[in-house]
Design a protein around this ligand. Structure first.
Ligand SMILES: [Zn+2]
Length: 320
């Protein structure tokens, strides 16, 4: 087994996804484990290290083959002080020196990054944005996040917190957001927002096909009901997609990207989402920008974050 293997971890609220790759970034093994989201930090860290050891083992390698490890996580990773300040999925974490702690367990250099930033870099290098130098990536799932690759490089902002498009204020008097403010984009346009609107529709007593669904209604159910011709489901989507479209208009007007990539669970709705978004961008973004930006569906799926971390690792480990 060749030396200089790289490990990349995507630490989520429900799962830990870890891969091992060679220096050409060919993925040699993959491991998915449940995330110990409610356990203490030490347990979490040892689960992360275990996932790397398991992935190495599956690749037929051992720890001394490893050159570095990258980890991406939802939350505020302070790229200046190298601390994970907090993470919405991991309430036990406060000001964690994630890189240092994992370095102790793995014995190799570790780099950490916000998950949307990592996914943006992955999509820009190997996914829907490959070949572009200016790309905005927006993920729409339970929340809404973004990552920016500008002039060919990941743009982190001052401390690594750029891309918080989910908290762009679109309805200042709107619903309360998890961040404590009102009317953030993700309170009106995320998968969670679509599901909440469907729940409100049911309690309103208005006739809808969604009333037939047993259990919790998801955004996917709302897309299916709208496609089958249910007017209230259609109205929920029209409103959510319009708000998302306005967020994207503001984003492209600010950045003038070549490619705008949209991913996340809600993007799996395909043209039911992309056709109206394309139309809103065409009508509402500045003409010269709208004409030159291509809207694309993300190509790497759950692999985007780890691919982005492998790109960052290659840039930091093998450049010397
Ligand atoms: Zn917010």
């Amino acid at each position: 087994m060749t030396d200089k293997l790289l490990a990349a971890i995507d630490l989520g609220g429900t799962k830990i996804y870890t891969v091992i790759a060679d220096s050409e970034l060919n993925i040699l093994s993959r491991v998915q484990l449940p995330s110990p989201a409610r356990e203490d930090t030490d347990t979490l860290l040892s689960c992360l290290a275990d996932s790397v050891h398991t992935a190495l083992n599956r690749a037929g390698a051992v720890r001394r083959n490893l050159a570095g490890c990258g980890i991406c996580v939802a939350g505020f990773f302070d790229s200046r002080n190298r601390l994970l300040l907090d993470s919405p999925n991991l309430p036990q974490i406060k000001n964690l020196p994630l890189e240092k702690e994992l370095e102790k367990l793995l014995g190799v250099p570790v780099i950490a990054e916000n998950d949307a930033n990592a996914a943006a870099l992955g999509e820009a290098r190997y996914g829907a944005g490959a070949g572009s130098r200016n790309m905005a990536f927006v993920t729409v799932s339970t929340g809404i996040g973004a990552g920016l690759v500008l002039d060919g490089r990941l743009y982190r902002g001052n401390r690594g917190f750029s891309g918080e498009i989910g908290h762009m204020a679109v309805k200042p008097d709107g619903p309360l957001c998890g961040c404590g403010r009102r009317g953030c984009l993700e309170t009106v346009a995320s998968g969670t927002a679509i599901a909440r609107s469907a729940q409100e529709l049911l309690t309103s007593g208005r006739k809808t096909a969604l009333a037939e669904i047993k259990g919790k209604i998801s955004a996917t159910d709302v897309f299916a009901a709208a496609a089958a011709g249910d007017p209230p489901a259609r109205e929920i989507l029209d409103e959510a997609i319009y708000c998302l479209g306005i967020g994207l208009v503001n984003l492209v007007n600010l950045l003038d990207p070549e490619v705008l990539v949209v991913g996340g669970g809600v993007a799996n709705a395909g043209e039911a989402l992309f056709a109206p978004l394309r139309s809103i961008l065409g009508k509402k973004a500045v003409t010269h920008i709208a004409k030159n930006v291509t809207l694309k569906k993300a190509a790497l799926g759950q692999e985007a974050g780890v691919v982005g971390m492998l790109c960052l690792l290659r840039e930091s480990c093998f450049r010397q």
